[in-house]
Design a protein around this ligand. Structure first.
Ligand SMILES: [Zn+2]
Length: 85
């Protein structure tokens, strides 16, 4: 079996501004598309279903990390595997 080229593994998340590596003070942020069903349009009022909220993580974009230590945003490191749990 041919040996697969191993991709770079990210071993820590580090804020480039202040050097913070504490995951408790770093947050993930992304723009998420929320789709809602339209119920009806009555007398100029559009009724939008509030219960069918659907988070579409696949189309999440502009993802970044946010350091609460120095209030700055920084990009997600290359090669980082992300699982939404
Ligand atoms: Zn920071």
């Amino acid at each position: 079996m041919p040996k697969k080229k191993k991709k770079k593994t990210v071993t820590e998340i580090k804020c480039p501004s202040c050097g913070n590596t504490d995951l408790d003070t770093i947050e993930w942020q992304e723009w998420v598309v929320v789709s809602r069903k339209l119920n009806e349009l009555t007398e100029g009022t559009l009724l939008v279903d509030g219960g069918s909220e659907k988070m579409d993580f696949e189309s999440g974009k502009d993802e970044s990390l946010y350091c609460k230590g120095c209030y700055s945003e920084f990009p997600i490191p290359d090669g980082l595997d992300v699982d939404h749990v």
